[in-house]
Design a binder for this molecule. Sequence first.
Ligand SMILES: C[S@@+](CC[C@H](N)C(=O)[O-])C[C@H]1O[C@@H](n2cnc3c(N)ncnc32)[C@H](O)[C@@H]1O
Length: 261
Amino acid sequence: METTATHTEVDRQALESKVKDMYSQVADTPEADFHFEMGRALAERLGYEPTDLDRIPAESVQSFAGVGYHLDLAGIEPGDVVVDLGSGSGMDAFIAALKAGPDGRVIGIDMTEAQRDKARRLAAEAGFRNVEIRDGYIEQPPIGESSVDVVISNGVVNLSADKERVFRSAARALRPGGRLALSDIVTAKQLPETVTCDATLWAACIGGAMQREAYQQAITAAGLRITQIRENHQYRFLTDSAQGASRTFGVKSISLLAVKD
Ligand SMILES: C[S@@+](CC[C@H](N)C(=O)[O-])C[C@H]1O[C@@H](n2cnc3c(N)ncnc32)[C@H](O)[C@@H]1O
């Protein structure tokens, strides 16, 4: 498996366990204190349409832990097949399902059981029959080759210890002409090992952030062409240490669109 030097340093088992613990709490106790912002006020500040948020389960909005808005870039059309990598409690998957309509469908993939259980419960309660939540890893998503119109992902790829593999898998899943639209955390400068070896900082969406040019290069190397990219200045880091890292290393949220030609 291909990895960058930085990403071989973190203990992957410890990282997976920390990430699962943290996002189980995001699903089960969203009202608790976290190192990152969550919920409706964040979603609206990032650019989500209040009218979309009104039409999906409120509990999914409460557990929203994304870092940007990219559904405008995704341009989901009625009938599209959409995959949400790291779908969490389902907020983006539900909005995507509104746009894909009854002839389209959305497949959310997440490795954390509590997130999957919550998203499935909310889909059933609200009658979102075109949303399916699958157990899996974003590095090897359980999705057929060239079977998807749009891949979306929000605040998740930074948590992966093998981002190159995530982008290769997304490119493999997309049909020719398909689109990858995501929001994620990147850095201006390479983070030092004191940060990248700390599984807790990874789980808080900081330690795993990749240097921006390397991140874009990984997308390009996977066979996708980046057509739009923007910084999400509305995204704020909450803790002093995160704000310090943001200043020192230029840690930022971005949204981008890439196309499979
Ligand atoms: C920051 S949350 C974002 C969730 C959702 N996209 C949202 O906007 O609320 C990250 C999610 O990605 C999942 N996740 C992290 N790494 C993953 C991986 N390697 N494979 C599958 N899911 C992963 C976590 O379980 C968690 O639900």
